[in-house]
Design a protein around this ligand. Sequence first.
Ligand code: SAM
Ligand code: SF4
Length: 427
Amino acid sequence: MNVADSEVVVSILKETGFKQTDDINDAGLILINTCSIRENAEQRIWSKLKSIRHLKKKKKDLVVGLIGCMAERLKEKILETENLVDMVVGPDAYRELPLLVAEAESGHKAVNVLLSREETYADISPVRMDKNGVSSFVSVMRGCNNMCAYCVVPYVRGAERSRDPQSIMREVGELFESGYREVTLLGQNVDSFKWTYDGETTCFHDLLEKVAHVSPLLRVRFSTSHPKDISDELLKTIARYDNICKHIHLPAQSGSTRILKLMNREYSLEWYMDRVKAIRKILPECAISTDLIAGFCTETDEDHKLTLSLMEWAGFDFAYMFKYSERPGTKAARKLKDDVPENIKTIRLNEIISLQNKLSAKSKKLDVGKVFEVLIEDRSRRTGDNLSGRTSQNKVVVFPEEGHRKGEYVNVLIDKCTSATLIGKII
Ligand code: SAM
Ligand code: SF4
């Protein structure tokens, strides 16, 4: 989502005459797009600021701005604690950037952290910053209305709002025309996408279907689904289109209903399992990935074991795994005690990671001997003469070039795998 936002920022600035540079030493303006989701994400930004301090000493008129979630969370406080920063701009104020840069250039500290109920940057064509020119992100909503107890997103990105489907279709169409072959539709909870115009309502499954119609050669992915909202109707839409990828990211967070309740996730373990069963039934070829948090407030060994057994049962193909990190201002920070000791969080996270490594390896081994349609994305980073791409299930495949190029689809027979990659040959 931050990549997509940075692309919007670059577009707004280019419109007013700014140019991008690959060399930080050349820059007259440095913007750092920030994340607040866990404390270590913010720590990385403080280190980044330290690492550019020497540039400010060398160039007195250099303007440094912090943008995004951390700007929203800390507001003017950043200016008090870090004199290197000249500008603080929240995620809904990017249209003001040219004015704010001018203000900072005139020697004043510039701040705009107003959140909006409407801003979706729908009319802005993002300047793509990816290197491969094959796959791209498209933001379809902003903000979030779910108040998960641990999560800072609703506070730093504001209320949920959907983007006008017409502008989404225009952006996707332009991407396809300029050679892109995969789009990932982004939102914090895509299942609650809703747009009503002239008495006609577009839900997420309608949007997905419209995007799938752009071309059978365009792959469509999306992230993130919320287990409380993912519907059979959406699963059936995915089943109807070969170009809607058979991969669902369905963050479980925990396998304990008690912890899920404290997290305010609005589903139980049984509900989550029912959704996985529905995916397996309607989309038998579908990969499922998840997010898991280790050591949330009051989590016991029993709760943790329930998470491990959910993982075994679901056989997740992939997972993002985190230690609980208390975020100031969230419901958990206000109402619950962050009482799982750090060393226990570490032990539990390591157990989760090591189980997931086994499950990921198992999921890849099951693919050996099968043929997958692969969209070629680039040269393999490890072995330069091989190509790399992904299956519909979002698994990385590496294979010899044989005259093919990125952006093409090829059928690849998988003959072996490593822990992270499928290896095969084009047939
Ligand atoms: N909206 C998505 C959802 O609800 O699944 C994900 C949003 S969040 C950007 C990505 C992941 O970060 C979450 O699914 C959660 O696992 C993790 N996360 C969020 N807040 C956290 C916290 N305070 N500590 C640790 N992990 C956190
Ligand atoms: Fe955060 Fe929950 Fe919203 Fe996801 S759904 S962004 S975890 S509040």
